[in-house]
Design a protein around this ligand. Structure first.
Ligand code: GDP
Length: 282
């Protein structure tokens, strides 16, 4: 799902988020493990004050494992609970239940002191478009609620998914808005496919991605397309076009097509596990 953002959308999403936040104890915030900062909206930190916080490094299967670990430490250093997950195949889900209890320890303790027993922790999922919120909810709730089967009549109003006796999850995720003001952020979100491709100059983006890969993941382009990484970025794109037979009428190379192939390969993990944003060294 790709969403075009304009102020009306953002205002609505923000208002909805603020309403939902009143109902919950814990925010399960999804970020894209390949771009953990660019796929966050720091407004959540202000909106989510006084809430327990859990960050999921989603799509961890597509990101560099060393960087996944570095980012986990980074966010833990900022006081978040963190779990790496692959929502598509369910990896990391088991671990989350325990981490939720841990993240909400204070609330549970507070309840206990007030004599409130067994009030479940209420949680909501939040994140920018395309980060994997629906996939996560299906995977997480699907496993936990396997016995209850389909719930008929998804109606308006809030629906809670009872994960177990301790945790309830709001069935609709909170949508955060990307930080488009920063061009670098926009470029990274475009790389991972979170911005509609047709509004972008794909060839220019492809050249930028090639430059990044040559520097940070040397050998990856050569391994997939047998191109020389000694070439300028344009030369590499040309090599990809030749390797994949991207030709227009006549003998002219089709750079747009080659760019599309590069992006498809990157986004689907065919170039290997690649992180686009490296954790700041502490
Ligand atoms: P939402 O807009 O945040 O609800 O995102 P979706 O749940 O619709 O997911 C967007 C795309 O990312 C879909 O194509 C999913 O299959 C894919 N996706 C979600 N989670 C993962 C993951 O952990 N790993 C991989 N490889 N793909 C994922």
């Amino acid at each position: 799902m790709n969403v075009q953002w304009y102020p009306g959308h953002m205002t609505k999403a923000k208002r909805q988020m603020q309403e939902d936040l009143k109902l919950i104890d814990l925010i399960i915030e999804l970020v894209d493990a390949r771009v953990p900062l660019s796929s966050r909206n720091p407004d959540i930190d202000r909106l989510g004050q006084n809430k327990s916080r859990l960050i999921l490094l989603n799509k961890a299967d597509l990101a560099d494992e060393r960087q996944n670990e570095a980012w986990k430490e980074y966010f833990q250093g900022k006081g978040f609970h963190v779990v790496k997950v692959d929502s598509r195949n369910g990896a990391g889900m088991k671990n989350i239940q325990n981490v939720i209890q841990e993240a909400c320890k204070e609330k549970i303790e507070r309840d206990r002191k007030r004599g409130i027993k067994n009030r479940p922790v209420r949680a909501m999922v939040a994140g920018i478009p395309n980060v994997g919120k629906s996939t996560f909810i299906n995977s997480f709730a699907g496993k936990a609620c396997a016995k209850t089967g389909n719930r008929p009549g998804v109606t308006k109003g809030k629906q809670w998914i009872r994960l177990n006796k301790n945790v309830e999850l709001l069935d609709t995720p909170g949508i955060l808005w990307p930080k488009f003001e920063d061009q670098e952020v926009g470029i990274r979100l475009a790389f991972v496919g979170s911005i509609k491709d047709d509004i972008l100059n794909m060839e220019e983006l492809a050249l930028t991605l090639i430059g990044y890969l040559k520097e940070k993941y040397p050998g990856v382009l050569n391994a997939r397309y047998e191109v020389s990484e000694e070439e300028e970025n344009l030369g590499v794109l040309e090599g990809i076009a030749r390797a994949r037979g991207c030709l227009k009428k006549g003998e002219e190379l089709d750079y747009a097509k080659a760019s599309g192939i590069l992006f498809d390969d990157f986004r689907s993990g065919k170039l290997g596990r690649i992180t686009l944003e490296w954790a700041p060294a502490e």
